[in-house]
Design a protein around this ligand. Structure first.
Ligand SMILES: *Cc1c(COP(=O)(O)O)cnc(C)c1O
Length: 364
């Protein structure tokens, strides 16, 4: 008799599931959620719209989520000034599922995906879980810095000739944005790689940062993925999306499960998008708090990496794991992303920010 460990796919044996600890603490600043609840006007709208569709849950949802795509395209047009059409937009249950659709359609057995470490850990995980060989590229020859070096990126693209390339801007966990020039060079370094720009945190970028959405016209292999989890304070709703060539999104229909976006998910996401300004009202406040976190950490003699996201990667800890535990002992949960001497801290409310800085000061 075989054990289940022997029966499971060989590449899954001994693996552990992805997951940041979900602990009950006073200050949870470990998963880059928004600390601000969904505003009451949006809560009311969601309640009304969900009540309205509840009776129709006997039917399958709109498979093509037409209204949601239209609203997402409208949001992209409004915020980037680019002519994005609903046909260019795809959505799924969180951008993790969006990324999985891309890998299922364009990666797979015998194919290779390249990313530049340290970056979002789900890029290799989703690639490998779907049979794609992952290549851990380097960001910078001088590993003390976290910017993606254009020359080095191009050289690695040519050397590995991958079918898929992931870049993340602003990058998780470093918080740094990528010059569009580097994205362009990466794209042009291959004539076959699908290039995914993960812009989960783009709304938190400092002034002057441009979205890769502006590069989409004429580039069929370019994809920009986004999420409502971070800037929209909507992590629990599970709604991620992407913009790409219409032909690209059309191909993703081959791998999505039928009716993957429930009627409830579509209604909830549309309600939030109708209140975009209200949903995004906290972004500016969070950017202020983020900058205060950078300044506060610097004042404590730590080395925060300047950030375009809603979190800060902080260096300068002798023993990051010990500091992580000492913070937790003080009710502050941050993220140990496995970079020596560094911890990643989300920008919460001003009160949470103060609590983080107080705890850091106590430990130092
Ligand atoms: C949080 C995050 C996501 C979003 O995940 P969802 O599935 O949309 O909640 C995607 N990419 C990066 C880099 C992230 O940090």
């Amino acid at each position: 008799m075989s054990t289940l460990q022997e029966l499971v796919r060989p590449e899954l044996r001994g693996q552990t599931p992805y997951g940041a600890p979900q602990l009950d603490v006073a200050v949870a600043v470990n998963t880059n959620e928004s600390s601000y609840p969904v505003p009451q006007v949006v809560v009311d709208q969601i309640a009304r719209d969900v009540a309205e569709v509840a009776a129709s849950l006997n039917r399958y949802p709109d498979r093509e989520f037409t209204r949601l795509r239209t609203l997402l395209a409208g949001y992209l047009v409004r915020t980037t000034g680019e002519p994005v059409t609903p046909e260019q937009v795809w959505a799924a249950n969180g951008s993790n599922e969006v990324l999985q659709h891309i890998v299922q359609a364009f990666g797979g057995a015998g194919r290779t995906a390249l990313g530049f470490t340290p970056s979002y850990s789900m890029h290799p995980l989703i690639s490998e879980r779907n049979g794609t060989t992952w290549v851990d590229g380097l960001r910078d020859a001088d590993s003390g810095r976290f910017d993606l070096d254009g020359d080095l990126a191009v050289e690695q693209v040519r050397r590995h000739d991958p079918e898929l390339i992931f870049v993340c801007s602003p990058n998780n966990p470093t918080g740094t944005s990528l010059d569009l020039d580097v994205v362009l060079r990466v794209y042009d370094a291959s004539d076959r790689a699908v290039v995914v720009v993960d812009e989960a945190y783009t709304e938190f970028s400092r002034a002057g940062t441009q979205s890769a959405v502006s590069l989409l016209p004429g580039r069929d292999r370019l994809v920009v993925s986004r999420t409502m989890s971070k800037a929209f304070a909507f992590a629990g709703a599970r709604l991620g999306y992407l913009a790409a060539a219409a032909e690209f999104t059309d191909l993703l229909r081959l791998v999505r499960l039928p009716y993957h976006l429930s009627t409830v998910t579509q209604a909830v996401a549309c309600a939030a998008l109708e209140h975009t300004d209200t949903m995004l009202a906290m972004v500016e406040q969070i950017k202020v708090t983020r900058d205060e976190l950078v300044a506060g950490c610097a004042a404590l003699g730590l080395q925060p990496v300047p950030s375009d996201a809603n979190f800060v990667l902080v260096g300068g800890f002798d023993d990051a794991a010990a500091t992580w535990q000492a913070l937790l002992d003080r009710g502050v949960l941050v993220r140990d992303v496995g970079i020596p001497h560094h911890l990643r801290i989300s920008a919460g409310t001003p009160e949470e920010n103060d609590a983080v800085l107080r705890a850091l000061k106590e430990i130092a």
